[in-house]
Design a binder for this molecule. Structure first.
Ligand SMILES: Nc1ncnc2c1ncn2[C@@H]1O[C@H](COP(=O)(O)OP(=O)(O)OP(=O)(O)O)[C@@H](O)[C@H]1O
Length: 587
């Protein structure tokens, strides 16, 4: 960490050596004046876009002209009291050095793949920008990955380079002989290691002079591996359009960030939420991105940071808020807006958060394939239990608006648009125009890419209804919806009901075989500590009674199993498919 602390002084020396390249004029990104602009269409999208030159370098220019205050662009801390504060100028200098290292020292070229498996360290942002500056396609991955996961990712992506840290080195070295495409291993560490390039010392001696590529908006930029909730993770390939989306005035309604805001994305950098919420959104707005190293997830550390730092906005998975709610929480002095997504936000959690903090928890919905698709915007009426409405560029479409191009709606299995309040798949129109920022395709998997196309729509595979006001009500992934005695039951409806009972810490509801009904609802329940010693038969009856009382009686779980924990993906999502397969004896 010493290097990071010294770096502020070192980079200061190099600043005067910068060649100044004026950034292209921003696309109306400084204000929300474009809010309410007509529906986005392809003609308005610039042919060229690069987040590094259009956004980061723009703010460098603003800093030079004295039009951006002294607030850092990146503010990083850890539990040891280390702190890094970088301006956009420093970030440009450092990321240009990384760009030179990647292309010169590592001989990587535009279009090559780089696996970025780093924890929340400042170098994650430098490597990401270095890749964007050079057109190298980066593939984020969490440091929780084990050798088997890493082998799968390196092999299928054919990554030529990997950037990682000490804790992952042995996992990578144990599989590297099986990854013939991998040529370069870069280490972010305070010490050097045989067989690995030391990124920190390379940055110290690299040149900050670099000319950013002129990328087309449709050129590939990043690949996300999906969470693997339903099978092997897929590679969703995105273009620079994903970053452009944060730049569009209508999309800026989502977070409404200002230069003076301090935005904390708690998510692991291996996930799309971290790229969109921890890179594109805050820096497009020119605000401070706050990062806590958080090697282990500890709700007490999060609460402390929210109390001690001037954080105004925070985004994290529902499980993070769920765990914070289990602690004693005071009022946070500067926090104004919280966002969550990736899993269902239970009504109970939304209400508790509001009551205990006085802050609304805005739900967002999206996929590795789609980025943020629906959200409860700040000015919107809140309907607890709904994921909100489609957000730009995925405007809601009703049947009467037949001329609209890009929209999200509810479709049947043939791609027909369904009327309000009818259950179907969440679909995103891709014909005649594919919306900006929607994934390009599943890399090396034309079959899967074709499978998710349904008529003129991309089929998300998520089941939902949309009410007459355009609010979307999530039922579950199509595989997770339970068919019992002719009823269709979404797991989150039952999980919501269970969450209201004081005994329930969390639950997962799946389908289970039944000789007479075909399938019945089964709940796997993790109990709160005071209830763990209670009589389990009695508790089962109580929970069943409770669900019958708070929701339609046919939804109550006929089977209940108490478990110490639920199976989850690396990103913390419940693996319902795994529980279901066990029930049906498929594992
Ligand atoms: N607000 C939300 N409420 C409910 N579910 C959500 C929400 N946001 C996202 N999801 C779920 O997460 C999914 C997207 O997750 P992600 O892209 O990380 O991969 P995955 O679909 O879990 O993985 P895989 O496709 O490999 O099974 C969505 O399709 C949806 O099922």
């Amino acid at each position: 960490m010493q290097w990071l602390m010294r770096s502020r002084v070192l980079w200061g020396i190099h600043k005067s050596l910068h060649a100044f390249h004026p950034a292209p004029p921003p696309l109306r990104c400084q204000s929300l004046s474009g809010v309410g602009a007509p529906r986005w269409n392809d003609q308005d999208i610039p042919k060229e876009f690069n987040f590094a030159s259009y956004v980061v370098d723009y703010w460098v220019q603003m800093e030079k002209e004295g039009k951006r205050g002294p607030e850092p662009a990146l503010w990083w801390i850890n539990n040891q009291g280390d702190e890094v504060k970088w301006s956009f100028s420093e970030i440009k200098d450092l990321s240009c050095r990384v760009a030179n290292i990647l292309t010169q020292t590592c001989s990587l070229q535009q279009g090559d793949h780089l696996a970025l498996i780093l924890p929340r360290v400042p170098e994650w942002w430098l490597v990401a920008l270095g890749c964007i500056r050079t057109g190298i396609i980066f593939i984020p991955g969490t440091t929780q990955l084990k050798a088997k996961d890493i082998l799968y990712r390196l092999q299928v992506s054919k990554a030529k380079a990997v950037v990682t840290t000490d804790t992952v080195v042995s996992e990578i070295d144990s599989v590297v002989s099986e990854c013939p495409a991998l040529k370069t291993k870069l280490l972010v560490s305070d010490h050097s290691l045989h067989g690995w390039l030391d990124l920190r010392s390379l940055i110290r001696s690299a040149s900050p002079e670099h000319t950013c590529i002129k990328s087309k908006t449709k050129d590939p930029m990043i690949i996300f591996f999906t969470s693997g909730t339903t099978g092997l993770p897929k590679m969703a390939k995105h273009s620079h359009g994903l970053a452009l989306r944060s730049y569009l005035p209508t999309c800026r309604k989502l977070m409404r960030l200002k230069k003076s805001d301090v935005f904390w994305c708690v998510s692991d950098p291996g996930w799309i939420l971290a790229a969109v919420g921890g890179l594109f959104e805050p820096w497009t707005a020119g605000c401070t991105l706050f990062i806590h190293h958080l090697p282990q997830f500890d709700p007490k550390v999060i609460i402390k940071a929210l109390l001690e730092y001037p954080i105004t906005h925070c985004i994290a998975a529902p499980s993070v808020f769920r765990m914070i709610l289990q602690e004693k929480i005071p009022r946070f002095p500067t926090l104004k807006h919280c966002f969550t997504g990736g899993e269902s936000l239970l009504v109970e959690e939304f209400e508790k958060w509001k009551k205990q903090t006085g802050i609304l928890l805005h739900e967002i919905y999206g996929q590795s394939e789609t980025g943020v698709t629906c959200s409860v915007l700040q000015e919107m009426k809140i309907k607890p239990g709904s994921m909100g409405k489609a957000i730009s560029p995925f405007d809601v479409q009703f049947l009467k608006e037949a001329s609209a191009k890009n929209y999200i709606t509810i479709i049947d299995d043939k791609g027909n648009v369904l009327p309000p309040n009818t259950e179907g798949n969440i679909g995103i129109r891709i014909k005649p125009t594919r919306p900006v920022g929607l994934f390009m395709y599943y890399k090396d998997n034309p079959q899967k890419t074709a499978e998710v196309e349904c008529g003129e729509f991309y089929n998300t595979g998520d089941r939902a209804t949309m009410d007459a006001e355009g609010y979307i009500w999530f039922l579950g992934r199509s595989d997770d919806v339970i068919m019992s005695s002719g009823y269709r039951i979404g797991p989150s409806e039952v999980e919501n009901a269970l969450a209201e009972h004081p005994a329930v810490a969390e639950s997962a509801v799946v389908s289970s075989p039944d000789p007479t009904r075909g399938e019945v609802v089964k709940a796997f329940v993790v109990l709160n500590p005071p209830f763990r010693s209670h009589d389990q038969n009695q508790l089962t009856k109580e929970l069943q009674q409770h669900v019958r009382a708070v929701t339609a009686p046919y939804k109550y779980p006929r089977k209940v199993e108490f478990v110490p924990e639920l199976p989850k993906t690396i990103t913390g999502k419940i693996k319902r498919a795994e529980l279901r397969k066990k029930e049906f004896g498929q594992m």
